[in-house]
Write a protein that binds this ligand. Structure first.
Ligand code: GLU
Length: 453
């Protein structure tokens, strides 16, 4: 059974980058008939806010990314405590006493010598007496996980292929702060084990975290931590996708903050966001596919490229218009102006770049409309049109056919005055459909008034 998770920290709204990660994890789970977990990474109590948790749920719901299970790290502190004890007993965790300033000085010195800023494990060299001295001084330790330097860390990444890290080139990660609170690294691995997560798909900014977590996973398994029946027994499969960048080639502040609210305000449909983000950065073409089952069926990590995926808002606008043109009446009904029925939606839909514009076009049907002033010749033409108007299955074709014969007009001269008289506009939805919606009496009235009758 495939189990994926989306693990946002509720320290802000979702933006386009994490929407994409959520979508891809959802797609993996849905494609495999598996399970998709929403995991709220709220171990950082000072920065996490309930309003963001609610906003995350609301955004995912608006996008139609349903989750099968919700978990919260703040409700799982006992498990982290247990994992911590297990790793400590196994000798994989050690206390450190350096202050942030001391660590910063070490870093600067290393960088100044052209060395990578890797933690020097000075705390490991302290003896019992030195450690108790620190405690006497009132310095509470923070805790690091001890990486095993013996073998390279390697995994076959679902997108990046074989990855290899020399653990000696990584710092032993701090997994717990001096105040007892948790950093991201260990709880995430504990959760992935407990929840039986089989596939971790996230941004490539997490690649080196994965290297570290790989060892945390194996250390936890070795310590016999994966106790429950449903728990994962092996390290999940990992895949890291290239990050999203703006058109200009870097992740702008604006792009980084673009979220569902901004999209909704701009009239972007969830399906347009899904269609774009499902394929952006892959070798599959971005197409206005409103049927997500199709996107899910074709989703394939093997099609993901290593280059950053370029997000262009203009592409989104274009895709949105094309998606709106396909939306069925039922999907938009609640957002349409009063009285607009299915036939109205079908007539007007091809002219919209977003659903909100339907009201303006619908106004052409319901009136009142503002007609332009017509030349005398056109007035005579429109009077003739009023006389020839006949209500049958296709009044527009009948009318224009009859006018063509009787006046010899064609093309623009034939159609434009009629459109202007009937709608007040020089362009717009298909007149054949529109005329039926306007109705016989109103059409007659409009033609007569334009003709000055
Ligand atoms: N809370 C982490 C983040 O938002 C989760 C990363 C992960 O998927 O493990 O970056």
């Amino acid at each position: 059974m495939t189990i994926t998770r989306f693990a946002p920290s509720p320290t802000g709204r979702l933006h386009v980058g994490n929407i994409r990660t959520a979508l891809h994890n959802w797609m993996l789970a849905r494609q495999a008939g598996g399970s998709f977990i929403l995991r709220i990474d709220d171990t950082d109590a000072t920065r996490s806010r309930e309003e963001y948790v609610e906003a995350i749920r609301a955004d995912l719901s608006w996008l139609g990314l349903d989750w099968d299970r919700e978990e919260r790290q703040s409700a799982r502190l006992e498990r982290y405590e247990a994992a911590f004890e297990a790793l400590k007993d196994a000798g994989r965790i050690y206390p450190c006493y350096e202050s942030a300033q001391e660590l910063e000085v070490k870093r600067k010195i290393q960088l100044g010598r052209g060395l990578p800023p890797i933690y020097d494990r000075a705390a490991l060299k302290l003896d019992d007496q030195e450690r108790s001295q620190k405690e006497v001084e009132g310095i509470a330790p923070h805790w690091r996980f001890m990486l095993d330097h013996k073998e390279p860390i390697t995994w076959n990444d679902g997108i990046r292929g074989v990855q290899k890290f020399d653990p000696a080139q990584l710092s032993d990660p701090v997994i717990r702060r001096a105040d007892g609170s948790w950093l991201y690294m260990m709880p995430s691995a504990v959760d992935d084990i407990d929840m039986g997560v089989t596939q971790v798909l996230r941004g490539e900014d997490h690649v080196s975290n994965t290297a570290v977590q790989f060892q945390i996973f194996t250390a936890l398994f070795a310590a016999g931590f994966a106790a429950t029946e449903n728990a994962g027994k092996t390290v999940p499969a990992f895949a890291h996708e290239a990050l999203l960048v703006g058109r200009e080639g870097k992740l702008s502040k604006r792009l980084g903050s673009l979220g569902c609210d901004a999209f909704r305000d701009r009239g972007i449909e969830p399906e347009a966001i899904i269609a774009l983000l499902a394929r952006l950065g892959t070798s599959q073409p971005v197409e206005p596919i409103a049927d997500r089952a199709l996107l899910v069926a074709n989703f394939d990590l093997a099609t993901f490229g290593r280059a950053p995926a370029k997000f262009d808002e203009h592409d989104l606008d274009r895709l949105n218009a094309a998606i709106v043109h396909q939306l069925p009446f039922e999907a938009v009904r609640a957002r349409l102006p009063e009285g607009m029925d299915e036939a109205g939606w079908h007539a007007i839909r091809p002219n919209l770049s977003h659903v909100g514009e339907a009201a303006e076009w619908w106004q052409l049907v319901t009136g009142p409309i503002a007609q332009p002033a017509f030349s005398e010749e056109d007035r005579a033409y429109l009077a003739e049109a009023a006389a020839l108007l006949q209500w049958n299955g296709d009044p527009w074709s009948t009318l224009t056919g009859a006018l063509k014969q009787s006046t010899g007009r064609k093309g623009r001269a034939l159609f434009l005055p009629l459109r202007q008289a009937l709608t007040g506009m020089g362009h717009g939805p298909d007149m054949g459909e529109l005329l039926i919606l306007i109705g016989e009496n109103e059409a007659q009235t409009r033609l007569r008034s334009a003709a000055g009758l």
